[in-house]
Design a protein around this ligand. Structure first.
Ligand SMILES: C[C@H](O)[C@H](O)[C@H]1CNC2=NC(N)=NC(=O)C2=N1
Length: 111
């Protein structure tokens, strides 16, 4: 059963703010429709290792982030529920699961 579809309820503003209090590495978009996290990996392989682990997590969750590899080691992840054009509980669950993936960060990165 798809965990997210057209009748998945949107989170209220209060629910979004409460969830983001726990997801400290994530930022809320201006339109409050998606959350993003960005980090600098140690190198290209570290970035790709994260992305491949994240793909496994997303597939198991049945909910998929948008990945941006802005250069060889800068990763940006956007999470939203495309089917409803906004944020649902499953987005917050996915973000928490992505945060559990070990990342080899660049020594200079602030994440
Ligand atoms: C049928 C399948 O579960 C749906 O298409 C899922 C797949 N993964 C998804 N991921 C995200 N982020 N949003 C969706 O609306 C979505 N829909």
């Amino acid at each position: 059963m798809a965990k997210c579809c057209a009748d998945t309820p949107l989170l209220t503003d209060a629910q979004i703010d409460e969830s983001l209090g726990k997801l400290t590495a994530w930022n809320l978009s201006e339109d409050r429709k998606l959350i993003s996290r960005a980090f600098v990996a140690k190198n290209f392989v570290s970035a790709m290792n994260f992305l491949n682990s994240a793909a496994e997590v997303a597939e198991a969750e049945g909910h998929h982030p948008d990945f941006h590899l802005t250069n060889y080691r800068e990763v940006k992840i956007d999470v939203t529920t495309h089917a409803i054009g906004g944020l649902a509980e499953i987005d917050m669950e996915l973000a928490a699961k992505l945060d559990a993936i070990k990342v080899d960060y660049s020594p200079k990165s602030n994440n």
